[in-house]
Design a binder for this molecule. Structure first.
Ligand SMILES: Nc1ncnc2c1ncn2[C@@H]1O[C@H](COP(=O)(O)OP(=O)(O)O)[C@@H](O)[C@H]1O
Ligand SMILES: O=C(CO)[C@@H](O)[C@H](O)COP(=O)(O)O
Length: 469
């Protein structure tokens, strides 16, 4: 049996056709998205059609089940006719930072962490609803239903206007869902929307079918899985167990693990999400990851391979250059209005090699702090699995173990979010208790020079303290 998994992420849509027997990828497709933080969801629908067409055309047989994973938190606002009211505000749009601050002041961080697993920051959907009510009251008055990117794509694929669905993984990133009871908290929506509650999608269990595809010719009749958020899908695609921490270096940088118990971190550093198997997914996310490398390569007049060469020619610590890589504001630490800062510049050390190295080190230091934050909420870290577009970078692979202080394994190059969606589709179609077991092959990078890594992290913390207090 062949199944299709889709990843509608920030920069692109990827579709994989997978053999459900062993998880081998038999065909793939890809289409890119524009690099904005506010997007017409029709762009995703067109990209979905294009990526699916490429994958299905190259597949050796028909696809029997499909699931969609998507970037988390984005607000897709619909009116009663199901028409999109405005461009979707994405997870990396920071305009709702004041609304996030006010929600936290009103309720207290501890109460919200306990009720929703989250302390509001601009990424979370609830703060985007609050922004809509305050800034676009006419749109807020017409709001009938709010969906997440993966919910909206699943709804479009099903072609059933009356039934929208989601799963507990993606629902847990909204800020109006209780991870512990797996129920919506519509009172929080009412609070920010002048006492009006939009319709929310039905929350399906991890392997519950969402109907079948009617709207895309190539997939018509295939069983639809509930789908999930992209990080939950990556966890499922990798088949992680306690002790594994995944670090994904895509548009966002994330570090996450699976746990049996929900997590509510009142400091707000760790988001207490649900996963896609019935467990939980404590996660930290940064807004600035792979694009820090893209921008630095661009500034140095080179490409990503050139950036790797430069960074690997420099000494660890970049002779004292430290980059605080908050180019697009930051979520962890919560500095929505921050910009990047390069510290420690001298006539002798301001070289392309050191600048490239400082970019890779600065970006990874933020993620190393994230891994420590996971430890602080009780997560055991035995190994790190490194995925996402920038896991392809030789410099990232070489430098990460030193800064993370544990062995890093890089799974064989694959789109693990799309693979996780495919695994969910195979699970839904098989009706078995557990997801199918698929092998995972990894390349290992041993943790060396950990003491030097600690010094580099100390410099990064000092710089952050000096610039942001
Ligand atoms: N060899 C590489 N070195 C560094 N970055 C890379 C490399 N290959 C891809 N990337 C970066 O990965 C990013 C895309 O990663 P991806 O995980 O697909 O993102 P997203 O899921 O957020 O859309 C892009 O910014 C791209 O430049
Ligand atoms: O906001 C988060 C997680 O909380 C991000 O991880 C988004 O889910 C977007 O992911 P990418 O498109 O960067 O993979």
């Amino acid at each position: 049996m062949f199944v299709l998994g889709m990843d509608s992420s920030t920069q692109s849509t990827k579709a994989l056709v997978v053999d459900a027997e062993d998880g081998s990828v038999v065909a793939e497709g890809r289409a890119s998205h524009p690099p904005h933080s506010e997007i017409d969801p029709e762009v995703w629908w067109r990209a979905c059609g294009e990526a699916v067409r490429q994958a299905v055309d190259a597949a050796p047989g028909p696809v029997e089940a499909v699931a969609v994973a998507g970037q988390q938190h984005g607000m897709v606002a619909l009116d009663t006719a199901g028409t999109v009211l405005r461009d979707a505000l994405l997870w990396n749009d920071t305009r709702s930072a004041p609304q996030a601050r006010r929600l936290t002041e009103r309720h207290g961080a501890a109460e919200l962490a306990e009720r929703t697993g989250l302390v509001p920051v601009a990424s979370f959907t609830l703060t985007k609803l609050a922004w809509l009510a305050e800034n676009e009251p006419a749109n807020a008055a017409r709001l009938d239903r709010v969906l997440l990117p993966h919910d909206w794509l699943t709804w479009r694929l099903s072609g059933n206007p009356d039934r929208a669905v989601t799963d507990r993984g993606d629902a847990s990133g909204t800020g109006y869902f209780s991870p512990a009871s797996a129920e919506w908290l519509p009172e929080l929506c009412r609070e920010v929307l002048s006492d009006r509650a939009p319709r929310l999608p039905e929350v399906l269990s991890p392997r519950e079918p969402a109907g079948e595809v009617t709207e895309l010719e190539e997939l018509r009749g295939a069983v639809l899985g509930p789908g999930t958020g992209d990080n939950m899908a990556a966890a499922l695609g990798l088949g992680i167990e306690p002790g594994d921490v995944v670090v994904s270096v895509g548009t966002s940088g994330t570090a996450f693990a699976v746990t049996e118990q929900p997590c509510g971190d009142p400091t707000g550093t760790v988001a207490g999400f649900c996963d896609a198997t019935g467990r939980y997914l404590p996660l930290i996310a940064t807004l600035n990851a792979a694009r820090v490398l893209d921008s630095t390569a661009n500034a140095l007049g080179t490409d990503l391979a050139g950036l790797d060469e430069l960074a690997l020619r420099a000494e660890p610590g970049a002779e004292g250059l430290t980059l605080l890589p908050y180019l697009d504001g930051e979520r962890t630490p919560n500095l929505p209005d921050a910009t990047g800062t390069l510290t420690g510049m001298r006539t002798g050390n301001l070289t392309p090699e050191n600048m490239a190295r400082a970019a890779v080190e600065g970006m990874l230091c933020g993620l190393a702090d994230g891994i420590d934050a996971l430890r602080n909420v009780g997560v055991t870290v035995r190994r790190v699995l490194l995925i996402g577009g920038a896991a392809e970078s030789a410099a990232v692979r070489a430098i990460a173990p030193m800064l993370f202080g544990v062995d890093v394994q890089v799974p064989e190059a694959a789109e693990y979010v799309a693979l996780g969606a495919a695994r969910q589709a195979a699970w839904v179609a098989s009706g078995t208790d557990q997801p199918p077991k698929w092998p995972l092959r990894c390349e290992s990078y041993e943790a060396r020079d950990v003491a030097r890594g600690e010094e580099i992290r100390e410099k990064y913390r000092d710089a952050a303290q000096r610039v942001y207090g």
